[in-house]
Design a protein around this ligand. Sequence first.
Ligand code: C5P
Length: 232
Amino acid sequence: MRVGAVIVAAGRGRRLGAEGPKQFVDLGGEPLLAWSVRAFAGHPDIERVVVTLPAEWAETPPKWLPDGVSVHAGGVARADSVRIGVGALAGEVEVVLVHDGARPFASAGLISRVVEAGRRGPAIPVIGLDDTVKRIDDRGRVIETVPREDLRRVQTPQGFPAKVLAQTHALADAAAWGKHDAAGMTDDAMLCERLGIDVSTVEGDHSNLKITTPRDLSIARWMVESGLIPSR
Ligand code: C5P
């Protein structure tokens, strides 16, 4: 089965407070996105890599992107960018991994686990919670403690049989979910859940950090400088 990756990096990343989009900030002497893309472009299981970028960047793709990576302008919401990327791979692969460009440290082992499970059906990497978790009301008062044994934090890449992913997006479009709450579609498995399609989990990775705030970026830089993340 051929496997492709869609790396969505068309967001503005305003929470980082950087001047340009966060996917281009410096991380160990390279743009953050270069790390994310290389993890997939250099993985033996991945045959095709598609990256979605903000329209003005997609017009003249950055020269540092590895050869063979195709670039497309993303959409208004993350789910739109995913749909565009998945469309670009149509007919070329049987399995698609969708990854946030804002996660530069997806390890080869993590990608392999998702590919393996994604061949059989939708699969997502998860990690357990160490903190106690409580539900609060709109005034910040505690309502209850939520048993953390049943909860997981979810990462990308998420893996899907290509047909299933295309179908979920087509059905979401038909139901006009995208129009109402594309912004609330924070991952791709959500569409499967809504449609009653089983989603399995594989072990995630604590190093697979998502860069959202300046604090995340400082941690990521420290991880590179301290050698915690091997240079690729
Ligand atoms: O905003 P957030 O950090 O949750 O976005 C997750 C990923 O989705 C980022 O890599 C971002 O660039 C991407 N994205 C996108 N198109 C959008 C919005 C977000 O590709 N319209």
